[in-house]
Ligand binder design. Structure first.
Ligand SMILES: Cc1ncc(COP(=O)(O)O)c(C=O)c1O
Length: 471
């Protein structure tokens, strides 16, 4: 399991193999003692042979060095808590540069959690919406410049690619950040495979100071396996201090081994595997476009935007037909074809070198079959991007104040206690600490929201609490 090829094993695999070959009597964690089958044999704890994920020496550190080389990054750190752990570590590492964070509004909830954890004051970069798919356009680098002028932030967080595979111009954004003396963190959770087989270049090769990438989303790693890439400017012990801060003290060896094997397979076969995957995805897209009424997201000029995207992320739009993304997803699901996600207009499939020809055929045939029963319909009016609401307090202040659930109609003018958004575009409409205006409440009601979680200011006043920080 997790050998990643036939050549000489890498350090962690070798260490675990050697330990497995010894006749040990295990009176240490995990409780299965490695006796419950193949899945448990590699599941060890920290020992002199296996080393410690949060230490700078031993087989894990040696394995991370080899992984850094495989990815072409300056430094690489393994994470067993997904990109979620990596985003928290990245924002923890940068917090010393100040509380202001210039953040892509298209950020994952792990970014909001890290803002709460490290007490950031966010300033958001708005994104446009791509008509037809309803998903967000790439980040406009000029908005990063304006945001840096406005906020004075020394940390910038950009999501690239998005869940739908849309890539932003990281090279230009990095140049702007450097001019302002700000660090660039890229949430590349969906792009661990970038830089291979003609796919977009990886952010860690375009200057990004810190990049977080989920090995489990597009590479071969087990669920929760992710990588944190940094430049040489970050001292490894400081990075480990922050990965450990939210990481488990019992990191999973099977996950670490899978991260190692994944990096190893990429270093030996990455280009050939991923260029073949891109080609299969191209053929699949062509067939869908030719034989169904559906549109497929492609690279190129698109209604005034130049779109670069991950050509292995298949986004099929039912826009302008009498079906929708939910129905497409359900009908494919009933036929045993399970996609990554769906929204009102689209279905999204993640393709990797591990898909079989038969699986791709089932997906294609399924869409063609559904397409036959679908009729064209005039385009509905699409959602416009909402303006970024006024913030009354930071996400952390909102998180620590008492919250109450009230009827949506009475929530106009109140402060949101949590985040809320819709797909597409999957961008938070409201974040904790922001003021709910009439437009937002109308949108929530239109999407079936009846009650809204608000910061309970009345409670705060009664208890004579003057601000979130005191709690
Ligand atoms: C854009 C983005 N960032 C971060 C994450 C968190 O990744 P993980 O599931 O590896 O913790 C996700 C998860 O879906 C995501 O979509």
């Amino acid at each position: 399991l997790f050998r990643g090829g036939t050549n000489e094993p890498w350090p962690l695999r070798r260490a675990v193999d050697r330990l497995n070959e010894k006749r040990t009597a295990r009176f240490c964690m995990p409780g299965h003692k490695g006796k419950l089958g193949a899945g448990t044999a590699d599941d060890w704890t920290e020992l002199p042979e296996t080393g410690n994920l949060y230490g700078d020496a031993g087989p894990t550190a040696a394995s991370e060095k080899m992984a850094a080389k495989a990815f072409g990054a300056e430094r690489c750190f393994y994470l067993t808590g997904g990109s979620t752990q990596g985003i928290a570590a990245a924002l923890g590492l940068c917090r010393g540069a100040g509380e202001a964070l210039l953040c892509d509004r298209n950020c994952h909830r792990s970014a909001t959690s890290a803002m709460i954890l490290y007490d950031y004051r966010p300033y958001y970069i708005k994104r446009d919406i791509l008509p037809g798919f309803g998903i967000s356009a790439p980040v406009d680098p000029m908005r990063v410049k304006e945001g840096l002028e406005r906020s004075g932030a020394k940390t910038v967080l950009i999501t690239s690619p998005t869940y739908y595979g849309v890539v932003s111009d990281i090279e230009t954004i990095y140049g702007i950040c450097r001019d302002f003396g700000a660090r660039l963190v890229v949430d590349c959770a969906h792009g661990a495979h970038f830089g291979r087989g003609g796919l977009p270049p990886a952010p860690w090769k375009l200057g990004a100071d810190i990049t977080v990438a989920s090995g489990h989303k597009t590479l071969d790693a087990l669920g929760q396996g992710a990588y944190l890439f940094t430049t040489l400017d970050f001292d490894p012990s400081s990075v480990r201090k922050f990965t450990a801060l939210t990481g488990t003290s019992s990191p999973s060896y099977p996950i670490m081994l899978s991260l190692e094997a994944s990096a190893r397979r990429l270093s030996f076969y990455g280009d050939e595997l991923w260029s073949a995957c891109v080609e299969r995805c191209r053929r699949l897209s062509e067939a869908i476009k030719a034989d169904t009424p559906f549109a497929v997201l492609d690279e190129g000029e698109y209604q005034g935007y130049y779109i670069k995207c991950d050509r292995t992320r298949l986004v099929v739009s039912a826009f302008g037909t009498d079906t929708d993304g939910y129905e497409l997803y359900d009908r494919l699901y009933s036929a045993g074809v399970i996609l990554e996600m769906c929204d009102k207009y689209n279905v999204v499939a993640i393709l990797t070198p591990n898909d079989g020809d038969d699986d791709l055929r089932r997906l294609c045939d399924g869409l063609i079959k559904i397409g036959r029963s679908v009729k064209k319909k005039p385009d509905p009016v699409q959602q416009r991007p909402t303006d970024i609401p006024k913030a009354a307090m930071t996400p952390r202040e909102a998180a620590f104040l008492p919250a109450a659930s009230i009827e949506a109609d009475s929530a106009v003018g109140r402060i949101a206690a949590g985040a809320w958004g819709i797909y597409p575009p999957g961008i938070p409409v409201i974040q904790p600490g922001e003021v709910l205006d009439e437009g937002i409440i109308a949108l929530m009601k239109k999407n079936g929201v009846k009650a809204v979680e608000i910061v309970d200011i009345e409670d705060v006043k009664q208890k004579n609490i003057t601000g979130g920080k005191q709690l």
